[in-house]
Design a protein around this ligand. Sequence first.
Ligand SMILES: NC(=O)c1ccc[n+]([C@@H]2O[C@H](COP(=O)([O-])OP(=O)(O)OC[C@H]3O[C@@H](n4cnc5c(N)ncnc54)[C@H](O)[C@@H]3O)[C@@H](O)[C@H]2O)c1
Length: 387
Amino acid sequence: MDQPSSLSRIDWVARNCRLLATTAAEFSRTRPFAGLTIGTGIHLEPKTVALLMTLRAGGAGLVCTGNLNSTQPETVDYLRAQGITVVAMQTTDAAEHGASLDAILAKKPDLLLDNGGDLFARIAERPYANILGGTEETTSGRTRLLPMRDKLAMPILVINDSPIKQFAENKHAVGQSLFESYLRFTNRSTNGKRVTVFGYGACGKGTAACFRNAFSTVSAVDIDPVTTLEAHLDGFVTPLRAEAIRSADILITVTGCPAVVTAADLPLIKDGAILMNGGHFPHEIDVEAFRNSPDVAGVDRYEAEHIETIRMRDGRTFHILGAGHMTNLAGPRPLGNTVESMDLGFALQARCLERVAKGGLGKDACIVPVPADIDAMVASAYLELAR
Ligand SMILES: NC(=O)c1ccc[n+]([C@@H]2O[C@H](COP(=O)([O-])OP(=O)(O)OC[C@H]3O[C@@H](n4cnc5c(N)ncnc54)[C@H](O)[C@@H]3O)[C@@H](O)[C@H]2O)c1
């Protein structure tokens, strides 16, 4: 028998990203990125390693940074040990993060893999000659970049707008992951709890379903009446906004929009409530305004748990997980979405970057969904491996 080997979570993830492994094997023959550099601004966590190693197998030079609050030091160390340039730190400071983004763009990568629009928003202001285009991962990034479409005028394929990303990650994985995060942070039960989910889009649907399956009574709040009707017909409670906040033992935002729950809502929040965010940016719950409200007597912090408790002057207390950052990539031992969902999403990423690198996509392909033939190719490959 061989000597037992000591493996890490990065190894575990890599060995379970089967789609990326087959893509990497193909790329090492076809070398679609030979001579090109890819700049990345996406969560530096183990699943991203599997994607980055796939791109490198295709011949890419890589310069990498992360997103706010989600950079995992073990991932950074691992990538550097592989000789990949990483300019990133675990920070919630927008200026520090901005300096890392600038450092990536100073290397003038030919392609960009963006998550939340941080890199392309800078390119819109300061384009350089060799930039070919790239990909944007999220809903929030698409919303942010759309008004800059004329300035960007280069192929940017939006992974979020693939039906595969919508159902595999946003609907199925984010719900499971936010549910796992609630348990991981709090070690509290869900049974009999009243849960309010703000946003009944793809992520909200999965989140509402996961908490319902865990014996909670779930309410959904959405600014779109058609979507609210869908939630109603799916069997969720759809109270008016104020009542939904007042009744919530657990309140989750997952809208992609700012100021969903603000200091104006402080009088409504239930004693003992737990608030958490699943949306990309930490602006859905206005935690800073809570901290500074004259109605707040004090803030207690469970530092190691990444939980803070807001003490109101009227005697109520409530708790915020991960300071309002995306909970599934915050706090102790953040796992993020499931390996399988990210394997699928990142296979789309790899194929879309390959398509942009090949040329042939014009500036009309600026902020457009994943081409349907790529969706079909990735779906067939995943099914083949699952059979
Ligand atoms: N946590 C993760 O791992 C993860 C993964 C994927 C996406 N995301 C993020 O989750 C967020 C939601 O993504 P999605 O794909 O579900 O988006 P979506 O556009 O499908 O759904 C968002 C929903 O929120 C509703 N909404 C907007 N503002 C609202 C408000 N103030 N109150 C109530 N409802 C409101 C919209 O009407 C819409 O129905 C985005 O920020 C996205 O980037 C997070």
